[in-house]
Ligand binder design. Structure first.
Ligand code: SAJ
Length: 448
């Protein structure tokens, strides 16, 4: 549906001065800060009291460059405060997680979104705007309208044909990459999907208060699908690199050299293989497309399976190396879901390390620059033996490079060790498309 922005629409006169941002995580907190910086009164809502207390003290609960200063300033200015219960406001932003069910079905779990809209239902009044930012299955914005309609029959909801109601609704996906959130949230282009022309118009006006990238207006369903299409696109491309890595292993070819050479083609740009795909987005969102159309989403499903297979493959390769060196100690380098961040959600590297540690207790050590953060957050990490890089190399004969953290890549290639270079740590040129040459005295898994 192509939306036309109306120039005069009755509810636009409801000025937005105060907003509630529900969910103070990786997206909600920076968004709340940006709106506060733009001069709005912002109330951040989170069910976690520890997060609420921290935010009110001006302390960031997550590591994200630039966010600490921003939050300190905004909390100090009085324009941003945090609470555990949704308050009356002019606009509501929902930025809560949408995981999938861990029962093998991978069905999306929209229960956090549903509880957010139920909390909004208690305070919402005519003229309010509700914007959903959480990555969601196609149709979720419509679904929350129906949830609100069932709780608040006194309010007129917008129609599925674009007719206006008493409340406006829009869907606008975040597109930031962890590690550059505070820059990308401002600079990136944004897609804004309104359920009606007025909804889109109001959401657009709001985002324009801090977004310098272009804002593209469409309908809610298209905006929902855009986000899923973007992340599935990345999944497809990473799966290709991962499949190449196992093919190269079978054929006895160095995958890093292969990719470097293939990328010399002017229209080829292959990504980097790794231990699998982690994080809370790429490894999750494509399943929403599969769940929505299981009979036809064949490529997206296969791609998920290819990327989910990679950690098992890596585990088997390490097992083989340990069988050849039955007394060796093993070091796992890197545990986060990608390099240079303190985020361990859905991390294949962490799963591999835990599994290896369970198989050879007492013989496995792990190294990660943010190991302390992991130990604080994840109970299972208690079973792991953390060492610094130098000590791990001294103790272990088999070294598995799982995450190419900068601090690992800056080091010399270890000599006299069995190196399993899963993520290109010892590639000659640091970065995505590096050549690796087998270092003297070391055995590489690609050459095994
Ligand atoms: N990975 C590889 N090889 C690569 C690139 C990545 O194995 O060449 C792995 C990473 O190590 C990681 C996983 O893929 O395990 C995902 O990492 P990522 O950097 O591709 O993505 P995320 O999850 O940190 O952020 C993505 C981004 N989406 C896209 O690039 C299309 C970001 O813009 C989204 O905002 C975010 O998902 C989200 O929240 O959806």
């Amino acid at each position: 549906m192509k939306l036309r922005i109306a120039t005069v629409s009755p509810l636009v006169s409801f000025e937005i001065k105060k907003m509630c941002v529900i969910g103070l995580g990786y997206v909600g907190l920076p968004t709340a800060c940006m709106f506060a910086k733009a001069g709005l009164e912002v109330v951040g809502v989170d069910v976690d009291e520890l997060i609420v207390d921290k935010v009110n003290r001006g302390e960031v609960p997550i590591v994200e460059p630039g966010l600490a200063e921003l939050l300190r300033d905004m909390a100090g200015s009085g324009r941003l405060r945090a609470v555990t219960k949704t308050e009356p406001a002019d606009a509501f932003f929902i930025a809560v997680p949408t995981p999938f069910q861990h029962d093998g079905t991978h069905a999306p779990d929209v229960s956090y979104i549903e509880s957010a809209i139920r909390s909004i239902a208690k305070v919402v009044v005519t003229g309010n705007l509700v914007v959903l930012e959480s990555t969601s299955p196609v149709g979720t914005t419509r679904h929350i309208i129906e949830v609100l309609r069932s709780i608040r029959p006194d309010l007129r909801m917008p129609g599925s044909d674009g007719t206006e109601g008493d409340i406006d609704f829009a869907y606008s996906p975040e597109r930031v990459i962890p590690g550059s959130t505070t820059e990308e949230i401002v600079r990136n282009d944004r897609v804004i999907g309104g359920v009606s022309a007025r909804s889109a118009e109001r959401a657009l006006a709001l985002y324009k208060q801090f977004v310098t990238g272009k804002c593209h207006v469409t309908d809610d369903k298209t905006a929902e699908m855009v986000k899923l299409a973007e992340n599935a696109y990345r999944d497809v491309n990473i799966a290709y690199a991962n499949e190449l890595s196992v093919l190269c292993d079978r054929f006895g070819i160095d995958v890093w050299e292969l990719i470097e050479l293939a990328n010399r083609h002017p229209r080829v740009s292959i990504l980097s293989p790794g231990p699998g795909v982690g994080g809370h987005c790429i490894s999750v969102d494509p399943w929403f497309l599969v769940a929505g159309a299981p009979d036809i989403a064949r490529l997206v499903r296969t791609v998920r399976e290819v990327n989910d297979f990679k950690p098992h493959y890596v585990y088997r390769k390490v097992e083989e190396a340990m069988e050849v060196h039955p007394h060796a100690h093993l070091a796992c380098l890197g545990l986060s879901y990608k390099p240079d961040i303190d985020d361990f959600r859905e991390s294949p590297a962490l799963e591999i390390a835990l599994r290896l540690n369970a198989k050879w207790p007492g013989r496995v050590v792990v190294v990660d620059p943010n190991g302390a953060v992991l130990q604080e957050r994840e109970e299972r990490a208690g079973a792991l033996t953390f060492l610094d890089y130098g000590a791990a190399l001294q103790r272990c004969g088999v070294i598995v490079g799982l995450v190419p953290h900068r601090s690992f890549r800056e080091r010399e290639t270890p000599e006299g060790k069995v190196l399993l270079d899963i993520a290109g740590i010892w590639a000659k040129e640091a970065g995505a498309h590096a050549i690796i040459e087998p270092p003297v005295g070391a055995k590489l898994w690609t050459a095994a």
